[in-house]
Design a protein around this ligand. Structure first.
Ligand code: FAD
Length: 464
């Protein structure tokens, strides 16, 4: 029986980062992972494979739509789907092996198998029980079922994001249930590869929680790219017959029932925390109504010495949120002051154009009754964006009306997912729009649009 200072259960971005940081802080650490490879949902069936397919399909889109305009002529590339999947798998392999290397480098023991907690201070993997002064649960999440609907997922015709990342062939028609981040990213991939994509969404706007103006612009852009949206529709069942699926839904506005056929149905209505088989009930670890593990301000559960982080607890289900919690939780265990600023966690959608946001939306500020100013700048006024056919979209900066302090930012446009970090840093430093506006930005860059939005909060943008 091995004895550890810390055993982390789950090697996703929350768990592997926590394990590495614990080891770096001098704690004897092991990480339990049931999958064949490290990296969790994110590296194996989430962030990384989806971005590989988004990249490949975007290259095709560029070749088909923009190459000729730049004088690049010739036959458009043909899609070799098997090769595209092989490329995606290679990217996954490089990343998961990278974590294995980091575990060895930092002397983190990988305990292979599914772990459970038979008692405080004990972790069972297979037949072996290991002792640990501290346990971090980082078991992540799994795809949620479609609420209120009869749906049987077979990962071939009716799939979750996991099946959508490895379909046997490119479908002629795909129905995506849910217009959230995962549904729209995967829907974009297949639309670019020639699939007819219909998105069915319960609410009246896509990407719930995002800035309303971004939502509208984004939906228009995706529609232009060929995605079809059926909004305000509650799916009641998905039936499969003869290799096809029929999706039945009711429109909320008039309760009328409709159905649509597809070769593949992607269920993308969110994810649910995964804590099966850990033995939490017997331990006295408390869960919320949504099945998330309850933690205090230092990620400790109701049981002393047992911590939880990432998708398994409350908060946005994002890899970087899990990573930040992993680092902070390790620091708390090591007696340091671990901290996560939940007010500055960016959210990004990796479609084309990208969508990114951080901080407050106008809607939230209205509800709070806080006076604010908005500075907006269109990428049409950005020379670099126009040069790469990416003039659609805008940067919207929201600042306190009195103090000019940055409260939020919402971007739809080229490299939005990278641009947003300038505002994250500004918010961490309590900067004002004027601070951003007075910072020299290199020309010609997309970042100039962020500066122009900051200028628009004051005396006005130059290129608007
Ligand atoms: P996970 O990554 O889910 O890892 C948990 C690990 O624990 C798993 O490997 C699991 O096998 C293991 N495990 C569970 N129980 C046990 C047990 N009892 N014993 C041993 N091992 C166990 N987020 C982003 O920030 N950006 C993105 O672009 C993005 N894209 C995504 C795309 C898709 C298609 C999906 C599905 C998700 C995406 N996400 C993205 C979300 C992101 O993947 C998650 O937020 C992140 O992986 C959560 O990390 P985690 O460490 O909490 O859990």
């Amino acid at each position: 029986m091995a004895q550890y200072d810390v055993i982390v259960i789950g090697a996703g971005p929350g768990g592997y980062v926590a394990a590495i940081r614990c080891a770096q802080l001098g704690l004897k650490t092991a990480c339990v992972e049931g999958r064949e490879t490290l990296g969790g949902t994110c590296l194996n069936v989430g962030c990384i494979p989806s971005k590989a397919l988004l990249h490949a399909s975007h290259q095709l889109h560029e070749a088909e739509h923009n190459f000729a305009k730049m004088g690049l002529k010739g036959a458009a590339p043909k899609v070799d789907w098997k090769q595209m999947l092989a490329y995606k798998d290679d990217v996954i392999g490089q990343n998961t092996k990278g974590i294995e290397f980091l575990f060895k480098k930092n002397k983190v023991d990988w305990l292979k198998g599914w772990g459970s907690i038979p008692g405080a201070g004990k972790v069972k993997v297979g037949d072996e029980v290991h002792e640990a002064k501290n346990i971090i649960i980082a078991t992540g999440s799994v795809p949620a079922s479609v609420p209120g609907a009869e749906v049987e997922v077979d990962e071939k015709i009716v799939v979750t994001s996991t099946g959508a990342l490895e379909l046997g062939k490119i479908p002629k028609k795909m129905v995506v249930i849910g217009a959230g981040v995962i549904g729209l990213e995967m829907g974009s991939v297949y639309a670019r590869l020639g699939t007819e994509v219909e998105v069915i969404e319960f609410l009246d706007a896509i990407t719930p929680g995002m800035d309303a103006e971004v939502q509208k612009t984004f939906q228009k852009m995706l529609t232009k790219q060929g995605l079809k949206f059926t909004m305000g529709a509650a799916v009641s069942k998905v039936e499969t017959k003869g290799g096809k699926a029929t999706v039945t839904y009711k429109l909320r506005k008039d309760e009328s029932e409709h159905s649509t056929e597809a070769d593949v149905v992607l269920c993308a209505t969110g994810r649910a925390p995964y804590t099966d088989g850990l033995g939490l009930d017997a331990l006295g670890v408390k869960l919320t109504k949504r099945g998330q593990i309850e933690t205090d301000g230092h990620w400790q559960t109701a049981v002393k010495g047992i911590y939880a982080i990432g998708d398994a607890i409350e908060g946005p289900m994002l890899a970087h949120k899990a990573e930040d919690e992993g680092m902070a939780c390790a620091e708390v265990i090591a007696g340091k002051a671990g901290h996560v600023n939940y007010d500055v966690i960016p959210g990004v959608i990796y479609t084309h154009p990208e969508v990114a946001s951080v901080g407050k939306t106008e809607q939230q500020l209205k509800e709070e009754g806080r006076a604010y100013k908005v500075g907006k700048f269109s990428f049409m006024g950005n020379g670099r964006a126009k040069a790469v056919f990416a003039g659609d979209g805008f940067v919207k900066l929201i600042v306190d009306k009195e103090t000019d302090r940055v409260l939020g930012c919402h971007i739809i446009g080229p490299s939005a997912g990278d641009l947003i970090h300038e505002i994250c840093v500004a918010m961490e430093f309590g900067a004002s729009a004027e601070d951003v506006a007075l910072t020299c930005h290199a020309h010609p860059t997309f970042s100039e649009a962020v500066r122009e939005a900051a200028l628009a909060c004051g005396d006005g943008a130059i290129h608007a």
